[in-house]
Design a protein. Structure first.
Length: 236
């Protein structure tokens, strides 16, 4: 199957109009960012969520590193927010379990001062301490590919596959695609079809002798033209 990428040149009568459209496109990407917050219930959590709302980002919340791991296995995120007080009170074992995972994500640590009603931050990467949450999102998270925690190593392997919505591989709902990467827990399929209303996929790998359809549960989708990424689905 041949994939042809067509590049078109945008013609505009006004450079200002073109600049405005580009700004809107970047804003759309920015607004789609999703982080996860580790923080016990209380005023600090409310303050962090308010700041996140001002920055225009979506945030899931958990109260412990154990809950963090569970959520990050089943959901995709572009960064992690950690309340320092919650982190200090967590056990060494709990924090150790999450450390390897956190090393693979943008992370910002937060501390809420109830007296001054202000928030301090500690961020890694190129950001200085006490940067704003908006700066962290813009510079560390915006171009970070959303991902879940993987329990196995992922390899970039490009298999030719037939992809279908039905187990019997009905020709009417079957098309050609390819894998972008694979692991023992799942794979990432490149498809030119709309899978927004589907939760299950069946596929046959052409390079395998066994042509029995493989069933998969769609865990994440990347639609075409939403961000500068492959249009594809991650399944297990």
């Amino acid at each position: 199957m041949t994939f042809t990428f067509l590049f078109t040149k945008l013609l505009s009568t006004s450079l200002n109009t073109a600049a405005t459209n580009l700004e809107r496109a970047w804003l759309k990407i920015f607004m789609a960012i999703r982080l996860i917050l580790v923080c016990k219930n209380g005023p600090a959590k409310e303050a962090y969520l308010l700041e996140a709302q001002r920055a225009g980002i979506e945030v899931d919340t958990v109260e412990s590193f154990g809950e963090l791991m569970k959520s990050m296995i089943t959901n995709t995120y572009q960064g992690v927010m950690i309340d320092l007080v919650t982190s200090v009170k967590a056990s060494r074992e709990e924090k150790g379990l999450a450390q390897d995972v956190l090393d693979a994500f943008p992370v910002i640590q937060l501390k809420w001062d109830p007296e001054s009603k202000s928030m301090r931050t500690i961020a890694g990467g190129s950001l200085p301490d006490n940067c704003t949450l908006a700066d962290f999102v813009s510079r560390e998270c915006k171009l970070f590919v959303p991902r879940a925690v993987r329990l196995s190593v992922r390899k970039n392997v490009y298999f030719n596959v037939l992809i279908s919505r039905t187990e019997n591989m009905d020709p009417a709902s079957t098309h050609r695609g390819m894998t972008v990467n694979v692991s023992k827990d799942g794979c990432f399929l490149l498809s030119c079809e709309d899978w927004s209303s589907s939760s299950e996929v069946w596929f046959v790998i052409d390079e395998l002798d066994d042509k029995t359809p493989i069933s998969g549960e769609i865990r994440w989708r990347q639609p075409w033209a939403k961000t500068w990424l492959f249009p594809a689905s991650a399944c297990t």
